[in-house]
Design a binder for this molecule. Structure first.
Ligand code: F3S
Length: 648
C-alpha cells in the first residue's frame, strides 16, 4: 500500500505562532492563562497546560496582573475590552489573517455597508469577527443567502479563514446577483486554500483518505467534507490508535492529510502506522507538486507582484500574494520616509504592488519591497513625461552652480538658470521652497541625470494668457495689473501676460512731473483700456476715471469759507497754485500767502508743500477758486491798530 502524505498537513503559520507565543509567555511570566482552548487540539492544549498555560473557562477566573494569551481565532471586541478593563495583560496571538477580516468587517460598516460573513456562526472566529461590527449578517452557505436586509444596503462579503472555497464562491455568486454594489474580499487563508486543494487532489487519487485533527476543529471538518467529494472512504481521526485495519482493506493507495491545529508528532504517528511504503510519497511528490504549483503564483526575483496586506508589525508588513511562500516587506523596504510608521503607509486589507527582492523556496518565504517599486515607477513616470511633454510639479530644494534643483517625486531635477523662468542675473536662492511646474527635457536613468525647464511651462502659460487677453479685450474693460517698468512719459503695466502703457497724463488727475510721484515698479494698479491695436499688439491704458468730473467732486466737497489742506503745485510771480482735489487747483494770491508783505511767493512757499488755506471765493462759471493762507492767521499788530482806528 502506498501512503501519500499531504505536504501542507499540520500546523499552519497562525497556529504555530499562537503555540510558540503561549510557550514563551509561560516561561517569561512563570505561568499564564488561555481563555478556553488556545487551539482546537486536545493534545496540544494538554501539553500547554503542563508547561504552565492554565485554562480559564471565563474571565471571572482571572484577576488584575494575570497574563492571557489570546487564541489564534481571536476574541470578541467586548471580551478584549473586559480583559483590559480588569487590568489583565494581553498577549495577542490572533492570527493576522483573522485580524484582517475583523478590520475589513468594521471598515465596511463604517462606510455604510453591511458586512456579510460566510462561515459558521457558532465558530469563535466568526463570532469574534461579528463582534467588530454592529449589524453583520452571517450565512453558513449559499442556501442561507436570503436575508432581505442584504438587499437594502451595499454589502461587503468576507469568508471565515477556513471556509470551503466552493461554498464561498457559490454564496458570492448569489449575493452578487441579488445585491447591487456588493464587494468581495477573498479572506480564505492561503494555508487553508493550499491544504484544501491538496486534500482534493489526494482524495481523487486515493482509495481511502485519513484526515487527522480534533473533532472540534472547523478546518479539519472542512477537509473531511472536501475529501468526501472525490473519495468514497474518508475517515476522520484524532490520533493513530483510532486507525482500524478495516479502513484499508483492498486499497492500494491511501491519502493522509491533517488540520491546521494538528501537531507534527501526531501526524507522524498516524503516517507510520499507515505506511509500509513511505518511499511512495517521494515518488509521487513531483507530479503532486506540479499540480499544486499550478494553483499558486510563481514568484521570481526582480518581478512585480500584487498582494493584500494581511498584517502589520512594527518591523514588517505581511502580504498575501497568492503564492506558496509567505511574503513580507521589511519596514526599511516600505518607504523612503524615515519619520513614517508602517500603519501610515498601508493598512490591513490594502492592495499593494511590490517588487520581489528575494524568494527562499526552501524556507518558504519571499521578501518584497514597495520602496524599490515606487522608485522604479517614478523613473518610468519621468521617462514617460519626457515623451509626452507632461507638466510635472516639484519643490525647489537648492540653488547650485548654473541653476536650481527641483525635487519631483523624490528625484532631483536640474533646471539651468536660463530655464528657471527668472530674469538673467536674478537671485535664484529666493526660489528655494517654492512649488513649481516644469517639463522634463532630458533623462538619463543610468546616470540618474534629469534636466527640466520651468520656462517652457511659464512661456506656455503666458502665451495662453496672452491669447485669452487678446480674444476678450475691449475698450473700457478693467484689469488689475502690475507695474512692470517706468519711463518719463508713462508706465508699462502687465495685465496678465500682456503689457499695456499708461501715459503720464492718464495716470492721475493731479498735475505730476514724473510717474514715480504716484507709483513704483511692482505696484498693483487698477487700469482700464483706452484703446488697443491687435496688429501692432499695443494697448493704451488709463488710470484716471473720465466718468468722474473733478470740478464736481470739488463742488460736492467744499463751499466758500471752508478750510482745506492743499498741495502747492506751481509758484508764479503773482501767487501760488495749489491742488485742492485731484484735477482742481486754486490760486493763493501773493497778498494772501502771509500776514505781512512778501517779495515773492517762494519766500514762504515751495512746490509740493502742503498748507492749510481758507476758500475765499469760487467762480463757478470760470471754474476758478481763490484761496488764502492769511485768512487763517491771527491779524498782525499793524492790522489790529488799523482796525481800532477805524472803530474810533
Ligand atoms: Fe491563520 Fe490560516 Fe492558520 S487563518 S490560524 S494561518 S489556518
Amino acid at each position: 500500500m502506498k501512503v501519500l502524505l499531504a505536504e501542507s498537513a499540520g500546523f499552519c503559520y497562525g497556529v504555530r505562532r499562537a503555540v510558540e507565543l503561549a510557550r514563551d509567555t509561560a516561561v517569561k511570566t512563570g505561568g499564564c492563562w488561555m481563555l478556553g482552548d488556545l487551539i482546537h487540539n486536545t493534545y496540544v492544549v494538554d501539553e500547554l497546560k503542563r508547561l504552565g498555560v492554565r485554562k480559564a473557562a471565563s474571565i471571572s477566573y482571572l484577576k488584575s496582573g494575570d497574563t492571557v494569551v489570546i487564541r489564534s481565532h481571536g476574541e470578541s471586541k467586548q471580551i478584549l475590552e473586559q480583559l483590559e478593563g480588569k487590568g489583565i495583560l494581553l498577549v495577542n496571538a490572533t492570527c493576522p489573517n483573522v485580524r484582517r477580516i475583523q478590520v475589513l468587517a468594521a471598515q465596511a460598516e463604517a462606510e455604510g455597508r453591511t458586512p456579510v460573513i460566510i462561515g459558521d456562526a457558532e465558530h469563535p472566529e466568526v463570532a469574534g469577527i461579528a463582534s467588530w461590527c454592529e449589524h453583520p449578517l452571517i450565512f453558513s452557505g449559499p442556501e442561507e443567502v436570503s436575508d432581505p436586509k442584504a438587499r437594502e444596503t451595499p454589502v461587503t462579503v468576507v469568508a471565515q479563514t477556513t471556509c470551503i472555497r466552493e461554498l464561498f464562491e457559490t454564496s458570492w455568486k448569489i449575493i452578487k446577483k441579488e445585491c447591487t454594489n456588493a464587494k468581495k474580499f477573498d479572506t480564505i487563508c492561503t494555508a487553508t486554500r493550499k491544504r484544501q486543494f491538496e486534500a482534493a487532489i489526494l482524495a481523487a487519487k486515493a482509495d481511502v483518505m485519513v484526515v487527522v485533527g480534533d473533532r472540534k476543529s472547523a478546518n479539519t471538518k472542512h477537509l473531511t467534507e472536501i475529501c468526501k467529494e472525490s473519495c468514497s472512504r474518508v475517515f476522520q481521526i484524532e490520533k493513530a490508535d483510532e486507525l482500524l485495519p478495516d479502513f484499508f482493506s483492498g486499497c492500494s493507495v491511501a491519502g493522509l492529510t491533517a488540520g491546521a491545529s494538528t501537531p507534527a508528532g501526531i501526524i507522524k504517528e498516524v503516517y507510520a502506522a499507515m505506511s509500509e511504503e513511505i518511499k511512495a510519497v517521494e515518488n509521487n511528490e513531483e507530479s503532486f507538486e506540479e499540480l499544486l504549483n499550478q494553483s499558486f503564483k510563481t514568484l521570481n526575483t526582480g518581478e512585480k507582484v500584487t498582494g493584500i496586506v494581511t498584517g502589520i508589525t512594527p518591523t514588517e508588513v505581511q502580504v498575501d500574494v497568492g503564492a506558496k511562500q509567505s511574503a513580507y516587506i521589511k519596514f526599511s523596504e516600505l518607504t523612503d520616509d524615515p519619520a513614517a510608521k508602517p500603519e501610515d503607509v498601508v493598512k490591513v486589507g490594502d492592495e499593494i504592488e511590490t517588487y520581489i527582492v528575494r524568494v527562499n523556496d526552501v524556507e518558504g518565504y519571499a521578501e518584497l519591497s514597495k520602496k524599490r517599486l515606487d522608485a522604479v515607477k517614478v523613473w518610468e513616470n519621468i521617462e514617460q513625461a519626457v515623451e509626452e511633454k507632461t507638466v510635472m510639479e516639484g519643490t525647489v530644494t537648492e540653488e547650485n552652480k548654473g541653476g536650481i534643483v527641483v525635487s519631483v517625486k523624490g528625484v532631483r531635477v536640474f533646471v539651468p538658470a536660463s530655464q528657471s523662468g527668472q530674469p538673467r542675473g536674478a537671485d535664484l536662492s529666493a526660489m528655494k521652497g517654492q512649488k513649481v511646474q516644469l517639463r522634463i527635457t532630458e533623462v538619463n536613468r543610468a546616470r540618474r541625470r534629469v534636466v527640466g525647464s520651468i520656462r517652457s511651462v511659464a512661456d506656455e502659460t503666458r502665451r495662453a494668457a496672452q491669447e485669452e487677453i487678446w480674444a476678450n479685450i475691449e475698450v473700457g474693460k478693467r484689469y488689475t495689473g502690475t507695474v512692470k517698468s517706468m519711463t518719463s512719459y508713462g508706465v508699462f503695466v502687465d495685465i496678465g501676460g500682456v503689457d499695456g502703457m499708461v501715459h503720464i497724463s492718464e495716470l492721475s488727475w493731479s498735475r505730476i512731473k514724473t510717474p514715480s510721484e504716484v507709483c513704483k515698479v511692482g505696484d498693483t494698479m487698477e487700469v482700464y483700456v483706452i484703446s488697443y491695436d491687435p496688429e501692432k499688439r499695443k494697448i493704451s491704458l488709463g488710470v484716471k476715471d473720465h466718468n468722474v468730473d473733478p470740478w464736481q467732486v470739488f463742488m460736492d466737497k467744499y463751499a466758500v469759507g471752508d478750510e482745506a489742506s492743499v498741495r502747492v503745485v506751481k509758484l508764479m510771480t503773482f501767487g501760488a497754485f495749489a491742488e485742492v482735489v485731484p484735477g482742481v487747483d486754486g490760486l493763493i494770491h501773493i497778498s494772501q500767502i502771509a500776514d505781512r508783505r512778501i517779495e515773492k511767493p517762494e519766500d514762504v512757499l515751495s512746490e509740493g508743500q502742503i498748507v492749510d488755506v481758507k476758500i475765499t471765493a469760487v467762480d463757478e462759471e470760470r471754474k476758478k477758486i481763490s484761496l488764502s493762507i492769511r485768512a487763517l492767521l491771527a491779524p498782525s499788530v499793524e492790522e489790529s491798530v488799523e482796525a481800532e482806528d477805524v472803530e474810533e
